[in-house]
Design a protein around this ligand. Structure first.
Ligand SMILES: Cc1cc2nc3c(=O)[nH]c(=O)nc-3n(C[C@H](O)[C@H](O)[C@H](O)COP(=O)(O)O)c2cc1C
Length: 214
């Protein structure tokens, strides 16, 4: 039984670019995916999904999409966090059924919540913010995976360095304008040890009550 604290996972996680070819067990992958989906999402829309990539041919495609970064070629698993900015327009009755079955939400709450969330999402659409908000939800799920992987002795690298059109083509969603790639992440056993590059002092990055005036 692993007992790494969340604080230790946060402090010891490092971005790792080089990986051993050792496979990640399906039990670990299942657990990581389950924990990823425990992440909160705006209005519990759950407007993000993960494509788990292990096929070397698809990873080679991802290498192409990332301009040759080493992670997709070396890591046995690549994760693509897909944001679904139009999820709010689709049927959400399964989400409500689940919350009802869990006795978390009652019918009255669901009616009000559903109406309010639709208004909220329409306003986002008017302001062209749907993508940004779905990406926020996908990024929280990605953060959960990075920390949970650390507890399992696995390494990760979050990745921004890719061409979205190419990633979508590799994943077979090149025509899906309703989907956005939020983040790629490599996952596997580390072949290098990275030192903590450090963080700015909190006095520089954490403020009380107001953002400081310049
Ligand atoms: C959103 C995001 C995108 C990143 N993209 C890349 C990337 O494409 N390639 C890479 O090698 N590292 C990437 N990084 C890793 C950062 O360089 C790394 O997090 C930073 O240097 C701090 O190191 P640490 O993660 O070990 O604390 C990314 C990190 C974040 C948060």
């Amino acid at each position: 039984m692993n007992t790494m604290s969340v604080a230790t996972a946060i402090r010891t996680r490092r971005t790792v670019r080089h990986y051993l070819p050792t496979e990640v067990s399906s039990a670990h992958l299942d657990m990581l995916m389950e924990l990823a989906m425990e992440a909160p999402s705006s209005w519990n829309l759950q407007d993000r999904s993960i494509v788990m990539i292990t096929d070397p041919e698809v990873r080679e495609g991802i290498t192409w999409a990332t301009g040759g970064q080493p992670q997709p070629r070396e890591a046995p698993v690549m994760l693509a966090f897909v944001a679904e900015p139009r999820a709010w327009e689709q049927d959400r009755s399964d989400i409500y059924d689940l919350a009802r079955a869990n006795q978390a939400w009652n019918d009255e709450f669901i009616t009000g919540f559903s109406a309010a969330s639709t208004l909220f999402q329409r306003d986002l659409a008017d302001r062209d913010l749907l993508r940004e908000y779905a990406v926020k939800d996908a990024m929280i799920a990605a953060t959960y995976v990075m920390l949970a992987a650390t507890e399992l002795g696995l390494a990760t690298s979050p990745m921004n360095g890719w061409d979205e059109t190419k990633v979508k083509k590799v994943l077979g969603i090149e025509h899906r304008d309703d989907l956005a790639i939020a983040l790629l992440m490599s996952l596997g056993y580390p072949a290098e040890q990275r030192r903590h590059p450090g963080r700015r002092p909190l006095a520089r990055t954490v403020f009380r009550d107001r953002y400081p005036a310049v």
